[in-house]
Design a binder for this molecule. Structure first.
Ligand SMILES: NC(=O)c1ccc[n+]([C@@H]2O[C@H](COP(=O)([O-])OP(=O)(O)OC[C@H]3O[C@@H](n4cnc5c(N)ncnc54)[C@H](O)[C@@H]3O)[C@@H](O)[C@H]2O)c1
Length: 253
């Protein structure tokens, strides 16, 4: 694990919950926030115990909770565990998602519902049960991970993924409006293709160069380039931003 670059931050002592924190962007952002001194809760289906043990051994405060974020009972239990240990939640990063590549006629209703439940309903569930805590605190930072697919369209993914990510954008704008009186910031990030396990599973190797050639910055994003923007949105540096849909896409829109 590489220690992140110096970043103006205020994460010390904050409690941060990151979903989908066992791989890709979620893991990278959770590790970074833990390194900056937050009590960091890694939420993932199978748990991130080895990663968290390593961080704990380095003196960082991290906790792993197994939770399927599309299951309301598990979400409520996870939040109760966090509250019992830390008594507050300052930062929520709704990052967990699944992707499928398929044409509309090949998508079963079951697949459609699974993608919606994982990518959009999960964000509703986490927010629904954390918002009352943040309202009481009169403070909170919520970052929802959408996608260029939701803000424009996708060159790779199925329409269910695209629709779920477009849903995240509407969800973010409305929740930001609802929560602004409580000094809770809600923003979304729309990454474009980024080198993670999800991209490796969906982008055929023969399509990589064609994709790179179509990106104005001439390259696929690194995880760190997405993580840095999420850190900014989770920090007080973005205190006057709410309801923003932030493109991190190498100039593709
Ligand atoms: N990688 C890209 O090219 C790209 C582009 C645009 C947007 N995104 C978005 O960025 C976010 C992170 O993607 P990534 O590329 O790091 O993907 P990834 O597949 O590496 O990580 C996704 C994580 O979500 C977890 N997850 C899936 N379903 C879950 C569930 N029901 N409960 C709990 N955890 C669950 C997975 O286990 C995994 O840890 C996603 O929201 C994705 O849609 C990624």
């Amino acid at each position: 694990m590489t220690k992140p670059h110096e970043f103006p931050h205020d994460f010390k002592g904050k409690v941060a919950m990151i979903t989908g924190a066992s791989s890709g962007i979620g893991l990278a952002v959770a590790e970074a926030i833990a390194c900056y001194g937050a009590h960091t809760v890694f939420i993932s289906r199978s748990g991130a115990t080895a990663i968290v043990s390593n961080l704990n051994a380095l003196g960082q405060s991290a906790l792993s909770i197994s939770c399927d974020v599309s299951d309301e009972t598990q979400v409520k239990e996870a939040i109760a565990t966090i509250l019992q240990k830390y008594q507050r939640i300052d930062i929520l990063i709704n990052n967990a998602a699944i992707n499928q590549v398929a044409k509309i006629e090949d998508i079963s209703l079951e697949d459609w519902n699974k993608v919606m439940a994982t990518n959009l309903t999960s964000q509703f569930l986490c927010c629904k049960h954390i918002v009352p805590i943040m309202k009481q605190q009169r403070h909170g930072k919520i970052i929802n991970v959408s996608s260029i697919a939701g803000n424009f369209r996708s060159k790779i993914s199925g329409i269910h993924y695209v629709a779920s990510k477009a849903g995240v954008i509407g969800f973010t704008r409305q929740l930001a409006y609802e929560l602004a009186p409580f000094q809770i910031n809600v923003n979304a990030i729309c990454p474009s293709q980024t080198y993670t396990p999800m991209l490796a599973a969906t982008l055929p190797p023969e399509a990589e160069q064609k994709l790179i050639d179509s990106i104005p910055l001439g390259r696929i994003a690194s995880m760190e380039e997405q993580v840095n923007v999420i850190l900014f949105l989770a920090s007080q540096l973005s205190s006057y931003m709410t309801g923003a849909i932030v493109d991190v896409n190498g100039g593709q829109l």
